[in-house]
Design a protein around this ligand. Structure first.
Ligand code: SF4
Length: 260
């Protein structure tokens, strides 16, 4: 008896349909039976980023999938008289056609309207809250796509204005200069210039030290001096050394979908 092993290595963090119910793997297994002289196909989904939760497997015999190619053929033929699009969270999630799919646009429009119409959010029952969260996830996804599309369009307009390829009158937009945030390039020199007015302690109290930059500088210098084996060890030691002087701004909470 010969067994083929099919491994679908998925790098995302989103939960996928387990191997036993997964039509993508079933299709691959069916193709393996058509192409190779094997009796079984062991199908494995492995998502390393999810640890053990990201592992599922199933095994098909040649007989299990004997009718599957016909089923796929029927599905394909049924789409030839005019494709029936059925938008939904699961099927559209990874579809590249979202930007141009009318069904998707109409579906997201309906979901967005439903979210906009939710009233008395503080009084939602747990079931209503769960449903509303599903809808908001969809709306957020849609907004993300729209935002990226809007940015792409605005970038083109900005570039064309910068290069004088179009005039403000032609497109109805002009360039507005937004001044960059001021940053002190040499605090030591500034202190030297002001120390007859501002003492060192008061001056240092307003110097805003960037912890990531300090970590990176310390790790580099300490490694060059041979004080630590790796930059990671250096950063760890630094964190312990300066811990009494590090304050964290208050923690905040955000929502994260389970399994992501
Ligand atoms: S975006 Fe359109 S084409 Fe893509 S899966 Fe959804 S409904 Fe189908």
């Amino acid at each position: 008896m010969k067994t083929a092993i099919l491994i679908d290595l998925k790098f995302g963090r989103g939960h996928v349909t387990p191997a036993s119910d997964n039509w993508q793997l079933k299709t691959y297994a069916s193709m393996i039976f058509q192409s190779y002289d094997v009796d079984f196909c062991r199908c494995i989904i492995f998502q390393p980023r999810l640890g053990t939760v990201g592992f599922s497997e199933t095994t098909y015999s040649r007989e299990d999938l004997a009718d599957f190619p016909l089923l796929l053929k029927n599905i394909y033929e049924n789409t030839q008289d005019g494709i029936q699009l059925h938008a939904g969270e699961k099927q559209c999630k990874f579809c590249d056609a979202k930007g141009v799919c009318p069904e998707y646009a109409s579906w997201t429009g309906k979901v967005s309207n439903a979210v906009a119409k939710i009233e008395h959010t503080h009084a939602l029952s747990i079931n209503e809250l769960t449903d509303a969260l599903k809808q908001t996830a969809q709306v957020k996804d849609f907004i993300k796509q729209l935002t990226s599309q809007v940015s792409a369009i605005e970038n083109v307009a900005r570039e064309k204005l910068i290069k004088n390829e179009v005039s403000p009158e032609q497109i109805g937009y002009m360039l507005k200069v937004r001044k960059g945030v001021r940053k002190c390039s040499n605090p030591q020199e500034v202190f030297n210039l002001l120390n007859d007015v501002i003492g060192i302690e008061k001056f240092m109290s307003i110097v805003d030290l960037s912890i990531p930059e300090l970590e990176s500088l310390y790790a580099k210098e300490a490694k060059e001096k041979g004080l630590f084996k790796s930059q990671k060890d250096a950063v760890k030691a630094l964190a312990e050394t300066i811990a009494p002087f590090i304050e964290r701004r208050s923690d905040s909470y955000s929502l994260e979908k389970l399994g992501e």
